[in-house]
Design a protein around this ligand. Structure first.
Ligand code: BG6
Length: 290
């Protein structure tokens, strides 16, 4: 179902027939809501979020493409999250596109003449967002080089999970991995054996991470699982109090209720030759805990 949001931009509502739902905006191809069958919202969106393109929306799952962060000549996190995507009614049917009885939508982003002035590489970015009968949300991306020369890109699904309290959550699956620390501007560190907990600002890219990472939220009695293919890195971000105050579209105390854990490909950019296509897949789901 396509509905018009109050800012005039279309949003696609996905329903799995068992009460779970998701909402995807054509602004950025961004998932803005993902709810359990009991109607609980699983993604964080700031109460101060600005819904005016080209400003990116603070929350949900913004897509950082073709650049992550400020590592390049483009605007922070690239332009994909600022653009208006279109619904692709007739996407080329290639694996791993499965749609059996699932609620899904196919979106497409292509550069305009003007975009090509800033990033002179012709591409087609296809995104399928699907919600299965168990309420799992899957983002399958296919990026194709439709240019005459090779290009490279980075990508991240900047997932804002809604959590009870940042001081109470922990991440499992990233221990003992190397990471790039954006705060210290240093290349590489190794965490010791423990799970990752939070007591100050965190802004890291874990490289070569496992295919599944879990975020335990004991107070909310649930665990998020992030399962990925083709996305070797995991970004972990929480702005904490000082950075939160500096962000205009973020409430001062909201850092307590969110944690970004992204499936990403950043450290080793992906290179596509003319005609080549890359596929990446992110599946997120939640399991109740006691
Ligand atoms: C993180 C970056 O992933 O995204 C941070 O590593 C950045 O440095 C954060 O502050 C949010 O970015 P933005 O552009 O959405 O404010």
């Amino acid at each position: 179902e396509v509905v018009k949001a109050s800012n005039g931009i279309d949003q696609v509502v996905l329903q799995n027939g068992r009460g779970a739902s998701a909402r995807v905006s054509l602004h950025g191809g961004q998932v803005l809501s993902w709810k359990t069958r009991r109607g609980e919202e699983l993604l964080f969106t700031s109460s101060k979020a600005i819904f005016k393109p080209p400003v990116a929306v603070r929350g949900g799952i913004p897509i950082c493409f073709p650049q992550f962060g400020s590592h390049g000549t483009l605007e922070q996190h690239g332009f994909a999250r600022n653009k208006i995507w279109i619904i692709d009614d007739n996407p080329p049917l290639l694996p791993p596109y499965d749609s059996n009885g699932k609620a899904y939508v196919d979106l497409l982003l292509k550069p305009t003449e003007n975009d090509l002035k800033f990033w002179p590489h012709n591409f087609e970015f296809r995104l399928r967002v699907s919600l299965n009968e168990d309420g799992h949300l899957t983002l399958t991306s296919r990026i194709r080089n439709v240019d005459g020369k090779p290009f490279s890109f980075s990508i991240a699904f900047h997932t804002y999970f809604s959590i009870s309290d940042i001081s109470e959550v922990r991440i499992e699956g990233l221990e003992t991995l190397h990471y790039l620390d954006n705060l210290l501007q240093k290349e590489c560190f190794t965490d010791q054996g423990n799970t990752l907990t939070f007591e100050s600002e965190v802004d890291r890219i874990y490289v070569n991470s496992p295919d599944v990472v879990a975020v335990f939220d004991h107070e909310n009695k649930r665990t998020f699982f992030i399962k990925k293919q083709g996305l070797p890195d995991v970004v972990v971000w929480n702005p904490w109090d000082k950075k939160a105050k500096a962000l205009v579209d973020f409430g001062d105390d909201e850092y307590k209720q969110m944690l970004c854990v992204d499936g990403a490909a950043i450290e080793k950019p992906i290179t596509l030759r003319p005609g080549e296509e890359w596929t990446g897949r992110l599946e997120i789901f939640v399991i109740p805990s006691t």
